[in-house]
Design a protein around this ligand. Structure first.
Ligand SMILES: O=C(O)CCC(=O)C(=O)O
Length: 333
């Protein structure tokens, strides 16, 4: 059954009540569960610091402590990021019928396309619509899910991707050295240049009762790492030591999440971050994450050089598609 898009619901409920399906219980409502006042910040790491050893240490520390950090001076030009944002925004501003042309066929089993998630286990829904498509490697791309309108959509995405490869390489290199491996070993074990880049656009329309709803509910990413561009409307929150913290908006920074595949590959040394998003009363929040994932047939397990008699494997080795099957069917890994 076709789901009503949140963008449509939002346009009808500007001053009024929102459907009960979106109202969270008090244990989740962001105004009750967010830490206010003086609080620790998700680490901000300047990649242009000439002291490479320091940058590396900061990345490793952030992967162990928070599972999340922001990077600035990452060498992706600001205009490349702005173009990525503006074509994504233009797509979501198209008439509803035009966006629906990109929705995935029901029951296809693919996550790609324009979509709105069904109810969570809690019976609630997030205040967000999405577009998903793969942007790398070329053999995994299905252009049917790439918007043709605006016409510069593909060019803007390809330009961003060109620069993103450098950021992925830099992060994997630092994370590899931080585990005591050679700089190329972590990426190689993760699938090298065949790793999938699953691109997503989140569109969170304004909500009359932002205190009561969540955009994306709390979760950890399945990916190795996720690289996220936000717009200027804050909303991302990270969970640390039992508390929810707002992640500061920093113009032109990229937000990095450690995902579950990285936790497995590092045999638990790097922690995936539990995170969620809140929404805004007046403004549309958007974000552009890229999930760096294994190919479905790729086997992921603790790196062989990181396990020994004193440090036995904490996770099973299995194909990524089998990991996903367990996740989606609530089967223990
Ligand atoms: O919008 C954000 O900042 C986070 C989005 C997110 O966590 C997701 O799409 O999985």
């Amino acid at each position: 059954m076709e789901l009503l898009r949140v963008q449509t619901i939002a346009s009808k409920s500007k001053d009024g009540a929102i459907p009960a399906l979106y109202v969270r219980t008090e244990t989740e409502q962001p105004h009750i569960t967010t830490v206010h006042g003086v609080k620790p910040d998700v680490p901000i790491i300047d990649l242009s610091n000439p002291d490479e050893g320091k940058v590396q240490d900061e990345i490793v520390e952030a992967c162990k402590e928070w599972g999340m950090f922001q990077i600035v001076n990452h060498e992706i030009p600001n205009n490349v990021i702005s173009k990525l944002q503006s074509v994504g925004k233009e797509f979501f501003e198209l008439p509803q019928e035009e966006k629906e042309q990109y929705s995935g066929p029901p029951g296809s089993g693919s996550i790609e396309g324009y979509c709105t998630f069904h109810e969570e286990v809690s019976g609630k829904r997030g205040w967000v619509d999405h577009l998903f498509h793969i942007t790398w490697p070329p053999s995994s791309i299905n252009y049917r899910f790439w918007p043709k309108n605006p016409p510069s959509y593909r060019e803007a995405n390809e330009e961003y991707l060109k620069y993103l490869h450098g950021v992925v390489d830099k992060l994997f290199k630092s994370m590899s050295i931080g585990l005591g491996l050679e700089e190329h070993e972590l990426k190689e074990a993760a699938g090298g240049d065949d790793m999938i880049h699953l691109f997503k656009i989140n569109y969170y329309p304004p909500c009359p009762s932002p205190d009561l709803v969540l955009g994306v509910p709390h979760h950890v990413d399945f990916s190795y790492i996720t690289i996220l561009v936000p717009n200027e409307v804050p909303g991302l929150q990270a969970f640390k030591d039992g508390h929810w913290y707002d992640v500061k908006y920093i113009p032109n920074a990229l937000i990095i999440h450690v995902g579950e595949q990285m936790e497995i590959l590092s045999n638990g040394k790097y922690k995936p971050v539990l995170h969620r998003t809140t929404v805004n009363k007046e403004e549309t929040r958007m974000s552009w994450p890229v999930f760096i994932e294994p190919q479905p047939e790729h086997e992921v397990g603790p790196h062989t050089k990181l396990v020994n008699a004193d440090d036995p494997p904490k996770f099973k080795t299995k194909k990524y598609k089998d990991f996903l099957y367990c996740k989606f069917n609530n089967i223990p890994q």
